[in-house]
Ligand binder design. Sequence first.
Ligand code: HEM
Length: 412
Amino acid sequence: MTTPHHATDFLHDLRLRSAAEGGVFWMEDDLLAVFEPNAARQVSGANWHRLVMPDRLVDLIRRRHSPQMRWTRVRGAWLAQLHKLTTAEHNADLITRMERIIDARLGDDVDLVMLAQEVAVQSMLPVALSGLTPREARHISEDLNQKLLRLIARRPGAGPRHHLRFAAVQIRAGIVVRRVLRERAAGRRPRELDLADPIVDLLPELGMDRALDVVTAVLTAIGGPPGAAAASVLYELARNPEWARRLSVELRDVDPAGFRAAPTKAAPVTHRFVKEVLRMWSPPLLLMRRSRFSFDLGTTRLEKDQGYLLSPHMIHRDPRCWQQADTFDPDRFLPGAPHGPVDKGHYVPFGWAPKNCVGADIGMIQLMALCYLMCTRYRLTVPNAESITMAYRFAPVPQEFRGHLAAERSVV
Ligand code: HEM
């Protein structure tokens, strides 16, 4: 077990208010914090009920309705594709892609936050959008990278030149996505097993603008949280040598084929470790939503078009939900542990139905693969790991987190 971590003043104040006001309180006139687990589940379920995509711009201008597209149809298409993308064979490919990125950094003194981001995002990119030319991949990566820097930088860039550059990069990435969808639909580009592909079949109903929004939603989803979670995995591995040893013992003996097929079953200690990392440091810290309907939340009422905030992090650190909420201890996920989750609504790293994360399984596989690589292939050295603190940006981000990676030995 380790000592508690520091929170920024903002989050600290938010926690105090949440504790004093039962988890549901007005932060501003039209912004409601919903940090109580049942209320969070209720508001999500009610707000996204029968969600349909907004009309296309062209139809809005012509004052007509676009073909109706239920959001569950888009999610269903993604989930079916992700099911095919999480077989042993595809998991092995994901691990290989991650390994290649790390191999290129061996021996250097590296910024581990940026390395974790690069490993997570670049290895996941083919799951979202594959078959790109190197130039197209560069445009997409540049867009993801600039969005990420905006999210984690202490002082994000400002000024008209910065905004213009930001917009230009974003537009170029949009052009790439449109071209890929158009060429796949016209048979001029092969179809791929990725999350963009089912959108090609929905193009006649979606139209290009809405299709671009859908693909951009996936790119945005892989651009922030997976890398932040990966950095937190490295952070806890570096700060907890005893846990790093327990993972190494498990992962060095694991049957590689079994691990590739079902990592959570093959490596339960590692699974607990990753679950605890996601409890302590779940990204993003705050989810800002707008209510589509008016609804009653017991103690207060949310009107249509008011904002509300959800936060897995606030629930995961709430002492009413978790004993020793600020202590890192993966064994709390052992069956019957006294400090474990009392209710499944208390552990929500992937959000709430019906808008919960579609990439939860593949995201978990990726984080377990990172542990696997770190404990069997590489040796991570982080000077003064115990003094490294977390800063709260869009997600928890370890500060001045630098280290050195060396090759350990060949396992497979
Ligand atoms: C550890 C990694 C990840 C974490 C912690 C995470 C977390 C989240 C969270 C908290 C949400 C919002 C849920 C809500 O609004 O209730 C979300 C949404 C989403 N995530 Fe993830 N995510 C991860 C990885 C991924 C990956 C790898 C993908 C794609 C391959 C993905 C795709 C999505 C999509 C598409 C949504 C939007 C779903 C919708 O609007 O219906 N995520 N994620």
